[in-house]
Ligand binder design. Structure first.
Ligand code: GLV
Ligand code: MN
Ligand code: MN
Length: 419
């Protein structure tokens, strides 16, 4: 028996109910913390696999820890349209970042199955597991595995407890040796679509429920180690100190100034670890992260040069050693123009007051990695307060429903283009 497609209101209600199920899984009770390959990631992956199966997809958890679901098209093993996002989170993150995009893909698959709609391609839904890159110094590793640019050095990288990624993957139930086999053949994915909460305030300010991403900003990340000299806090005179913390603090302020001097650039020190870390010891060493982003690759190159030069001057003046290791260098990625138009067609057909506002993304997304494999595009949903990477992240059920309905219409538009 066939049914008509569900309304935006029904899709929104289904999405919020599903998120309640998925977001029970956390590493820290009372918060939403779900780091890559953690026990709660495993539970969330199993929940996601079950939800995919209920939606009529055959599903499995792959060698890198992503959940892959598929319904065949007219030709078994033929090309697919893929809808995906991620189920890992930052520490004490929001409910929607990543999770909503995965739930949206499952609800689209379910709605098409229930309506008895036969697509001229296979449909896949994927829940990546390493978008936030919080636990290990990777960059979108689970989507890079599909897109064919997984860096094998990531397997040897370590988390804050010294555990190697390869060991964490085995403990999770994954298979490091199976990662190369995850690569998709060119042409096997016709399109990758990702729905994501906007992680800023633009759509809210402009009173638009959804927006279409034009490009994802370039991003670099570095680990900086400053080594001074530990000493007694009561006895080492100020003039003789080589305090790694005050040197690092000056570097953090220099980063702030470097980013502020560039149009549309941002710079953040998000991790700051002081050793030995006692009230009565002059800090001997500090390790901190630097994350800087811009729509322009050239701007990031200029910023990196400024960071190296300013940090170097500070280190020399204060007599401390400096080591800067850049571990992420991701250029800006434009989204596919044809798929942006398919999403715009989806906005038009889904009704509502959406006008297909186009905007760039300051945040990184799995679509960035997938764009190396296939045409990729993203739909943003209005964020009620513009806040993300925080438990205060929120959106309305109505907006979630409109966005999922747009995704559904965009998939139907891609099907029409085949005929
Ligand atoms: C992930 O959300 C990032 O942009 O770092
Ligand atoms: Mn995200
Ligand atoms: Mn995020």
């Amino acid at each position: 028996m066939t049914q008509s497609l569900p309304s935006a209101a029904v899709l929104g209600a289904r999405a919020f109910a599903a998120l309640q199920g998925l977001n029970r899984f956390t590493d820290e009770p009372g918060k939403l913390t779900r780091l890559y390959l953690s026990p709660s990631h495993r539970q969330a992956a199993e929940w996601t696999k079950g939800a995919m199966e209920v939606a009529g997809l055959s599903a499995f958890i792959d060698a890198a820890g992503s959940v892959q679901g598929r319904r065949e098209g007219p030709v078994s093993g033929g090309p697919c349209v893929m809808i995906g996002s991620h189920i890992d989170t930052v520490k004490d993150g929001g409910r929607f970042d990543g999770n909503l995009g995965v739930v949206a893909g499952i609800l689209v698959a379910q709605a098409l199955r229930d309506a008895g709609i036969v697509l001229p391609f296979a449909l896949e839904v994927i829940a990546f597991g390493d978008e936030e890159n919080v636990r290990f110094p990777t960059h979108l590793s689970t989507s890079a595995a599909l897109a064919g640019h997984y860096d094998p050095a990531w397997l040897d990288s370590r988390d804050a407890d010294g555990m190697r990624l390869t060991e964490a993957l085995v403990a999770f139930g994954g298979d490091p040796s199976g990662i190369p086999k995850l690569v998709r053949k060119p042409g096997s994915v016709k399109a990758y679509l990702e729905l994501h909460i906007e992680q800023g305030p633009v759509l809210e300010v402009e009173n638009e429920p959804v927006g279409i991403v034009t490009a994802i900003n370039a991003q670099r990340r570095a680990r900086v180690r400053v080594t001074g000299e530990a000493g007694h806090a009561g006895t080492v005179p100020m003039s003789l100190r080589k305090d790694a913390l005050t040197a690092s603090a000056e570097m953090a302020l220099a980063l702030e100034a470097i980013a502020a001097a560039e149009e549309q650039a941002v710079g953040t020190v998000g991790v700051f670890t002081v050793e030995p870390g006692a009230a009565n010891v002059v800090p001997g060493s500090v390790t901190f992260t630097v994350d800087f982003r811009s729509p322009s690759n050239e701007t990031l190159t200029r910023m990196e040069a400024a960071i190296r030069s300013r940090f170097g001057e500070i280190a020399a003046r204060r007599g401390v050693f400096l080591d800067i290791a850049v571990y992420t260098n991701a250029p800006a990625v434009p989204m596919d123009a044809g798929l942006q138009d398919a999403l715009a067609e989806g906005v038009a057909r889904a009704g509502g007051n959406g006008t297909a506002r186009r905007l760039p993304s300051g945040a990184a997304h799995d679509a960035m990695a997938m764009a190396a494999l296939c045409p990729a595009a993203m739909l943003f949903v209005r964020n009620e307060k513009g806040i993300s990477h925080s438990p205060l992240e929120t959106m309305t059920e109505a907006d979630a429903g409109i966005a999922i309905r747009v995704m559904l219409e965009a998939v139907l538009e891609l099907a029409r283009r085949e005929n």
